[in-house]
Design a binder for this molecule. Structure first.
Ligand code: AMP
Length: 403
């Protein structure tokens, strides 16, 4: 029997998330995560889906090497070990692929060196991703391993969208341009939206709104990304859980000169203490809605600022695309917060956007339309599935090698 399983690994600075997928039916025999790696109270949570069992373990896990070995042991207990002949490949989420990686790539020494060269562009994420890859390669050096980049889907952006209007030599010397992130999600959701409409991706123009704790919008023209809201880093664009999104860059000079703040302090302010958290103290949309219902003015203002920015991007991407066939909401807020969807498209009837309030209120885990029958533009809710996308891209690249 040919190998049909793909292990998807997403390694953060102190965490390791994993899902094992069976590509015959996209099922997930097992999944889990290790948190607080390097601390005394590391935690491993493993779910064996087929056996309907969850095992949790708390104790010191020193590093990613120990974390992956612990995961491999848990998988082995369920007969799904890393040495299984059913395992076709390991797919790794890698945050920054720069301009180099426009597609998923089989990992070799040269690929590792290039991901390393890109560390200055993603100083927190790429080192963690590299550690995960090196650890997995040490455990299974013979197994094909694939890097799937968060930036890859956005490499089709034209220069007019990808460049900042700053001195070209300075920009190029420091590789400063708009790369965009969440690309795996934007790719998956734009394709799934076309499928929902029963049309080929190349015939459909979609605005994808990935609204999670991090949030980004993208304009997808016939299956190709032509603009996205995140930039050199994930800080640009929409109002997020803790990030400011768009802002006059001179705010930074002001904070340095007048506020006496250091670069690191401003970095933390804009990435961790801004957005919804900075505006009202909460970053969870459920909590914000609850406070609004109680008449809380700060929560109301935070919500209004969030929606105002979202609307500006819908309008901007409408203009970029010229013709829009669908707007797709995804991720934690986009999939669950009916009030956000309703507010984001309210008053946009002239643009052909009309929501059906009853459909919008339905909660479901499936891709679905929430627009009214007479809406010229389809409004869709499409649950994202980055692990499935990573596994699909990985398997497409190496699946045949394992037959
Ligand atoms: P993500 O980053 O995609 O996991 O999204 C996480 C965010 O989704 C949370 O911070 C909440 O703001 C939001 N969220 C999750 N569930 C709900 C819900 N049922 N209603 C509204 N917002 C939700």
């Amino acid at each position: 029997m040919s190998a049909t399983r793909v292990l998807v690994l997403n390694s953060g600075s102190s965490s390791l998330k994993y899902q094992l997928l069976d590509m015959r039916d996209s099922s997930r025999p097992a999944m889990g995560l290790v948190e607080r790696i390097g601390e005394q109270s590391s935690r491993l949570k493993h779910t064996h889906v087929k056996g309907d069992a969850t095992r949790e373990w708390t104790g010191p896990i020193a590093d990613h090497d120990a974390a992956l070995k612990a995961v491999a042991e848990e998988l082995a207990k369920d007969g799904l070990g890393l040495d299984s002949p059913d395992l076709a490949a390991i797919g790794h989420r890698v945050v920054h692929g720069g301009q180099t990686f426009t597609e998923p790539t089989v990992i070799d020494e040269a690929v590792l060196a290039e991901i390393e060269r890109l560390i200055p562009l993603a100083p927190l994420h790429n080192p963690a991703n590299l550690t995960g890859i090196r650890t997995a390669r040490a455990l299974r050096p013979d197994l094909p391993q694939v890097a799937v980049f968060d930036t890859a889907f956005h490499t089709t952006m034209p220069e007019s969208a990808a460049r900042y209007a700053i001195d070209v030599e300075t920009a190029d010397a420091h590789r400063i341009r708009r790369y965009g992130f969440h690309g795996t999600s934007h790719a998956y959701v734009s394709r799934a939206t076309a499928e929902l409409l029963g049309r080929a991706p190349q015939d459909v123009n979609v605005i994808v709104l990935h609204l999670g704790n991090g949030a980004s919008a993208s304009a997808v023209l016939g299956g190709r990304c032509v603009d996205t809201s995140m930039g050199l880093t994930p800080l640009e664009g929409l109002v997020m859980g803790t990030r400011s999104g768009d802002m006059d860059p001179a705010v930074i000079f002001h904070l340095m000169r007048v506020g006496g703040m250091s670069t690191d302090e401003i970095d933390t302010l804009l990435n961790k203490k801004s957005g919804l958290t900075g505006l009202c103290g909460d970053n969870d949309m459920r909590e914000i809605r609850r406070r609004i219902d109680e008449g809380d003015a700060r929560a109301r203002l935070a919500f209004d600022i969030y929606i105002h920015r979202l609307k500006k991007y819908i309008g901007a991407y409408y203009a970029v695309l010229g013709r829009v066939d669908a707007i797709a909401f995804t991720a934690g807020v986009g999939e669950n917060a009916a009030e956000v969807r309703a507010a984001a498209v309210a008053g946009l009837e002239q643009l052909g956007l009309s929501l059906d309030p009853e459909l919008n209120a339905v909660r479901a885990g499936e891709p679905r339309l929430v627009s009214s029958a007479n809406s010229r533009v389809a409004i869709a809710v499409v649950p994202t599935d980055e692990e499935l996308e990573i596994a699909t891209q990985t398997y497409a690249l190496v699946g045949h090698e394992s037959d």
